[in-house]
Design a protein around this ligand. Structure first.
Ligand code: FES
Ligand code: FES
Length: 140
């Protein structure tokens, strides 16, 4: 079909078989939620990480309301960050995701959404941890 000519097989694969779709409970202290939107097109991406006590991402979920490239980008991101540490995933660049999916220039912002979502999820997790620790300190 049309899509198969325009898009690399990796995009089609992640679009048709997205990994880690869904959501975790946002209130779980071990969960970080990144919610980002693309001003250019209005697409929305939610990426969540579940982190263990050693700072390793043990599971991920995403929901993306957007184009096939955005869905594929978030699916790839959700796979790449699994098993990595918070510091490691902060170095993931949208260019790597775009390269893996062979995104055309007009679709680069779709992969940017995924990079932003990773950073936003890590930030959310760290803020939550800081709050939890502050609350624990008050109790003692
Ligand atoms: Fe149409 Fe993103 S611009 S889905
Ligand atoms: Fe806007 Fe893909 S995220 S077109």
């Amino acid at each position: 079909g049309l899509g198969r000519r325009l898009y690399h097989e990796n995009v089609i694969d992640h679009f048709e078989n997205p990994r880690n779709v869904g959501s975790f409970n946002r209130n779980d202290p071990n969960v970080g939620t990144g919610l980002v939107g693309a001003p250019a097109c209005g697409d929305l991406m939610s990426l969540q990480i579940k982190v263990d006590d050693s700072g390793q991402i043990i599971d991920t979920r995403f929901k993306t309301f957007g184009c096939g490239s955005a869905i594929a980008s978030s699916s790839v991101a959700s796979e790449w960050i699994k098993g990595k540490t918070l510091d490691e995933v902060m170095t993931i660049k949208n260019a790597e995701i775009a390269k893996h999916l062979r995104l055309p220039p007009v679709k680069l912002h779709c992969s940017m959404l995924a990079e932003d979502a990773i950073k936003s999820a890590v930030r959310d997790y760290k803020e939550k941890q800081a709050k939890t620790n502050a609350a624990a300190a008050e109790e003692t």
